[in-house]
Design a binder for this molecule. Sequence first.
Ligand code: SAM
Length: 249
Amino acid sequence: MPDRYFVDEPISGDRVILTGAEAHHLIHVMRAAPGLQVVLFDGGGDEFHAVVDRTGRSDVHLSILSRERIDRELPLSLTIGVALPKGDRQKWLVEKAAELGVGRIVPLQTRRAVARPNEQTLKRLRRAVVEASKQCGRNRLMQIDEPESWPDFVEKTAGELNRLLAHPRSATETAGATSSRSCHFNNQDQEPNTRYLLAVGPEGGFVDEETAMALAAGWRAVDLGPRILRVETAAMLLAAMVIQQHQTL
Ligand code: SAM
């Protein structure tokens, strides 16, 4: 795949000026010179072939040669609500979710959540989405929402059909919640629609009250096996299981 550069606003005419990190990469890493051909995308779904006209100190002027709609999205809409882990593991989660084709990440504030992402963190994670999209060829950006509390998330998503809560069987048994036992993923009782909401708890797990709230609202608990997975592993496994069920990998 040729080098791809992200343009932070919709491309409409036949000229583009790249600035910021993308221009920096072209000028200082790629040593771009007039005549170099690159691929641009603006997150709207199209891919643009372009040629460098000239480079400035911190900007690159390009002409658009062609525009093509290239769809590398999943044929299903996947949203993951997740209590983000700390540090580099946040970035790993976001990067892999973007690669897998997840449409949206909602950082969840739960009782035991360890990370409280601020604007700077969200900006850094959104930049990680751009980098992952450049690398994997996605022409639409995975969205990262503002953080939302678990009760708000559960309430707002009440009308959705396919809501899957990653919840270890052992945790459910400990809570004595026999009526809300986790079960292995089984596609036979899934609704025939292509919108999925997934939820993954923090390192310390959901508290019983949070689990009960979701189950009462119609979320289905999914056990991912006898090993306790880290947040980011659980999120990627559950996403991959849903994707694989739709045979769209
Ligand atoms: N002691 C915590 C508990 O029992 O919930 C472990 C939390 S785990 C490190 C973080 C999150 O990943 C959990 O809240 C759950 O959403 C998900 N998770 C981890 N392992 C899982 C498994 N085997 N089955 C289902 N979900 C799992």
